[in-house]
Each structure stands twice: as structure tokens, then as C-alpha cells.
Write a protein that binds this ligand. Sequence first.
Ligand SMILES: [Zn+2]
Length: 462
Amino acid sequence: MGAARHLQQHMKRSSMRLVCALVAVAVICCTAFVSAGYRLGVVHNQRIQALAQCNAARSALSRNLKTLRNASLLSDDVAPVEANIKAAFAGNPALTDFESSRAHAATLLAEPSRQCPADGSIPELSALTTTLRGRAQTIRSHARELTQASDKVANLTNAGPRRTLATAISQAQWWVDFTAGQVSDESTRIALSEAIGNARNLLDGNGIVMDRQPYIQQVAALNAAMDAVAVSHNAKLGVDCSKVACVALTFDDGPNAKNTPVVIDVLRRTKTTATFFTVGEHVAKPDEGKLTVSLTRAGYPIGNHSWSHANLATLGDTDLTAQLQRTNDEIEQTTGYAPLMIRPPYSSWNDAVRQRAIAMNAAIINYDTIGVDWARTAPQVRANVVRWTKPGSIILLHDPQDSTAQSIESIITDLKARGFVFVTIPQLLGGLPKPGWVYYSRTGYLTPDQPWTDSSYFTAEW
Ligand SMILES: [Zn+2]
């Protein structure tokens, strides 16, 4: 009995020891497992972080490459192509620096940029991040260098004023071509044609004009002559917007292959005129380019709504200039005429945008009435526009939007029934939209010497 009991106690102790051992093993295993898992998790997070840093460096590089590409594109405009200018400045250090800076940019732009591998190891990703950051830095400083070299050449050769004059000639040609038989005083058109001839002589003449003043004077002469034609055109139309309830329909963001033809068709059927602010990269597409030509042929003024719908007030000078200049060039190549007007996307402008507008001999056209067509149904868009339009209003709609394509006919019918008369922006303003002026409506505008102000012109509650 004693032995049996002893044995029993022994067994009990043994099994207790076994349980204890098992528990200990389990605890050790568990701790090891959890800590390994934890460590794995940490490593995983570090890798995700390294990948994110690499991708951030990669997008900074992409942004800087875009700026360098823009600087390079703008340098094409400055590069002297005229034989007389080339000859006059041959061997000039500013030109030599400029050419080598352009060549360097081309080399930098041709270098391939590596993507961050999603399955890369931490050391691999960190090394690549360092490389990409270094390259972004190099690209950034070279973009700045090229812009400075371009500015020097532009100052030397008067490229800026000559370009402004070339733009003004193209704008003036639009007035000559689209007011035939539509002015009350034909002598204004003759005077404008003469002003174009004088400006061309200055631009294409063989002598080197070192002084910028003659260019500035010719631009002023063209602007005065365009203004006289615009006034005479309005007189012939018989619409005096200081007496009649004029409104200007404006359409942004197009052309759009689907909805712009719908809008054009409604305008044609209802004999209504409008102004279009097109996006450069759309105009550059084949079908949308053809639509831009159709709009021009129908007599609708075309304005510049930037190359890729950028928020212009947030851009550096090189990117800002590229956004607007590239669009102007595209519109001019497509339609034959440089735009008279710029509409900054999101109504976002600052003094740099205004200075650029002046260099492009263009006015900035904003608006005081919006349909909110990007976020509302067709009946709501119609209700917004009809409720908020006042005599002299500039109405913002977007021809790519379905809600606008669906509501435009009823908007026109409703406003006409209320006595409103549809005009283009130049007709609404009673003459040439003035370069560097910022218009919100016929009577709401800022002159170039008035500082930027947060718009109080918008209708409240959108
Ligand atoms: Zn827009």
C-alpha cells in the first residue's frame, strides 16, 4: 500500500513536471514565434517605407524632368533662326553658353530613369532612392541654368518683344478675316491691315533692331487698330451692351469629341454665339483639332485654357510659361490665329500669370456665373444659370460635360425669353479685351495696376 502510494505520488510529481516543462516549452516557442513575426513585420514595414521613399524620389525626378523638358521647349522659341540675328550675334558668349546648355539638357533628357522595383530589397531601394534624388537635383539645377541662359539670349536679341509682336499680328489677322463685310466703318479694317503690314516689315526686315521700343510701339498700334475694328463690328451688329442685357456664354475644357459637336449644333440652330477656352493637349488630338477648326470657322473666339488644365498660380515661371505658350502655339498652328484671351483653370491666377498674359498680348477672362455642371444634373445646371445670370454676365460652362450638352438648349431658350442677348467676349466688353486686364463680367474687372484680389465677383452659394 505504501509502495503503491509512493508510486502514485511519484507519478503525480512526474506528470506535474511534464506539464511544467510543456508549458515552459510552449512559452518559449510562443515568444520566439511572436518575436520572429514581429521582427518580420518590422522588416516588412521598413521595406514598404523604403519603397515609398524611392517612389517619392522618382516622382520628384519626374516633376523636375518635366520642368527641364519645358525649359528646353521654351529655349526653342528663343534660339535665333533669323539669318540676320544669327549673323549679328555669332560667337557671342551668351549664345555659346545657350547652345551648350541646350545640348546638355538634351543629354540629360535622353538618360533613362529607373523605376523603383516593388519587390526590391531595403538596401537596393535605399541605394536607388539616393541615385534618383541626386539626379532630380541635377535636373532641377540644369532647368534653372537653361532658363537663365534662354533669358540672356532673349534679352540680347529682343526675342520676347518680337514674339509678342508676332502674336499680335496673328491676333490682328483674325479680326481682318472674321469681320469682312461686318463693320460699320470699313476704314478701320483697312487701317488694321496696314498696321499688320507695318508690323511685318519690322519683324521680317533685314536690319537688326536693337531697341525694344519699336516692337512695343507696333504692338500698341496693332491693339489700337484691333480695338477700332471691334468697336466698328459691334456698331454693325447693332448691339450696345451698355444698353442691352448682353451675356457671354463661355465653354471651358474642350474640345471634346462626344459633346462639343452637340453644343455646336445647338448654337448653330439657335443662332447663338459663344466663346471657347480650349485645353492645349486636347487641341493637339486629331478629332479635337478638327473641332477647334470648326469652332474658329463658325466665328467663335478661341481662348487659352492652359496645356493640361494646370493650376497656374502654383507653378514656377518655366512651367507656367510652357503651359500657356505651348497652348497658344497649338491653337495658332491648328486654327491659324493666336488667342486673344486666357482663362486660368480654377480661376487661379497671380501676378506671374498676368505678366505672362501681357507677354502674350492677351486678357485674362474669368466669369461671374457658373452652372456647376461638373457636379450637377442638367435641370440643376439650367436652374443655376437662369437664376444667377445678370446683364453683362460671363457664364462658365464646360462643353465636355453631359449636363451642359443636355441643358444648353433650354438655357439659351430661357435666357432669350428673359430678354438676354448672347454675344462673344469681345462684343460684351465693347472692344478688344485688353492685355493684362482681368475680367469677371462686362463691368467687373481689374486693370493691370490693380493688385490681385480674392474674387468677390462670384455669385454666392454655388
Ligand atoms: Zn477648366
